[in-house]
Design a protein around this ligand. Sequence first.
Ligand SMILES: Cc1cc2nc3c(=O)[nH]c(=O)nc-3n(C[C@H](O)[C@H](O)[C@H](O)COP(=O)(O)O)c2cc1C
Length: 480
Amino acid sequence: MKLMEPLRINSTTIHCRVLVPAMVTRLSGEDGYVNQAIRDRYVRYAMGEVGLLVVEAMAIHGNKSGPLLRISEDRFIPGLRDMVREVHEASDTKIVPQIIHFLKISRRGWRQKVEDLSREEIKLIVEQFGNAAYRARQAEFDGVELHMAHAYTMSSFLSMRNKRKDEYGGKTLEDRMRAMGEVITRVRQAVGDDFAVGVRFDAEEGIKKGYTLNDSREFALRMAQLGADYISLSAGGKFEDAIIRPGHIVYPYTGYSGDKCMPGDYYPDGTNLYLAEGIKRYLVERGYQTPLVCAGKISHAEHAEEILQKGWADIIGMARANLADADWAKKVREGREKEIIRCIYCNVCKNLDETHNEVICYLWPKGTLHAPLWKPGGNPVWPTDGKLTAAVTPSEIKLSWEEASHADGVCGYDLFRREGDGQYEWFTATTRTNYRDQLAIAGRAYKYYVQAYTEAGMRSTPTEVVEATIPFPDYATASA
Ligand SMILES: Cc1cc2nc3c(=O)[nH]c(=O)nc-3n(C[C@H](O)[C@H](O)[C@H](O)COP(=O)(O)O)c2cc1C
C-alpha cells in the first residue's frame, strides 16, 4: 500500500507516509531542557516505526510560557541531540523539531499582537528562526518544521485579522505573506540547501473574518516557490474565538476554531480534508509537487490509503491516533491492524495540554506516563461469553457486558455496531463495561458486539450479538 511506501524529503527519506504531527506533551519543565520523560515519549513513537516524527513546538526565544521545550540558545543542543540519537537508534523513524515564536500574553487578558511589533522586532524574529533552525541541524535532526499555524506569531502575520499598516500586514495578501517569506528564506540560508525544511500552517483560520482556502492556497504556493520541502496543514486554533476564563491564560483551542484544529468525536473523520484537496490541486496545477501533509481525525489505514490514492495529500498526519497507539504504523505494516487501539477523540489529551498537565491518553492503562510497550501475550477471555445485553429507553440504547480478564490486565473494550443490513463498523472504545449509545435513531435496527483488548491490542473473542431498536416516537399522542 502507498501508505507504507518511502518518500524522499530533501536529503532525507521517510520509510512510510505516517507522520506524527507536533503534540505538546507538557513533560518538560519550565527550564525547556529535554528530560527523560520527553526522550521516552519520542523513543516510544520511534519504536512504533512512524515515518516522520515532529517533536512538539519548541521556543526559538526566551518569552515566558508554561512547560515547553526550547531551542533558543546553544545550551539546549546537547539534550536535543541525545534525544535525536536515541530516536535514530530505536528505528528508521526520521525526526524534526517544530520551532515556534509566540507573543506575550498575561493572565489579565492582555495579549501582544503582531500590530505591536516594531520592524526591528520582526527582524529579530526572522533571525531567531534562522538561528533555531541552525541549532536543529547541529542537534542532528533530519530537518526542521516552522510553526506558522494556530494562534502564534507567524500565523498572526498571515491572518486576515492582521491589521498592521506597513508592508507586514494590513489589507494585502502580499504584505501578510512578507514575514513568512523572510523567515523561510533566512532559515534556508541558515541550514543550507540539503536540510529538510517543512512548514506547518493553517489551511483555514476557522474564525469570523478569518482567511479560507482562497488565501491559504496562495500561502502554500509561496511556500513551495520558496523551497519548502514539505507543507503540513492544520486549521484553526485561534485566540480570536477562544473562551475567556478570568485569571487563566487564554487557550486558543476552546472556541470553534479549536474544534477545527482538534476535532472531537462528534466531527466526521477527515474533517479538514477538503482543504488538503484544494491546496494539493492548486499546487499541482502550477507545477509544484511539494509533499503535502494532511491531519484531522484520520485513524483508519483504509481511509489514509484512500487519501493518498486520490492524491489529496502525500503524507498522513495522525496525532491523537498515534498517541492512543504508538504502534499504529508498525501494526499496519505488519498486517496487524486488528490489534490497533483506536483513538476515540475524547480530547482528554487536549484538556491536559490546556491545564499544563502531562499529556497522556485516556485509553492507556491507569497511572502510565507513556503508551505501554508492546509485548506478546494471549487474548483476554470472558468469564462466560461476555453476556452483552441491551436495554432500550425512548432516548438511547444502554449496553452492558462482563468484565474480561487477562494476566496483564484488560485495557479496554471495543464496541462494534451495525445499522440495518449494513456492515459492522468499529463504533467506539471504552475502559468501562457499559456504554450508552446516544447516537441511536428511533425506528432503526441496531446490532452490537464487544471485544475486550489488552494494552498490546490483543482482542478477546466477540461477544454474542445483541439487537436493539428504539421504538419510533408517537409524537401525536405525546402532544395530545
Ligand atoms: C495535546 C495536543 C497538543 C498539540 N500540540 C501541537 C503543537 O505543538 N503544534 C502543532 O502544530 N499542533 C499541535 N497539536 C495539533 C495536532 O498536531 C493535530 O494537528 C491535531 O490534533 C489534529 O490531528 P489528529 O486528529 O490526528 O489528532 C496538538 C494536538 C494535541 C491533541
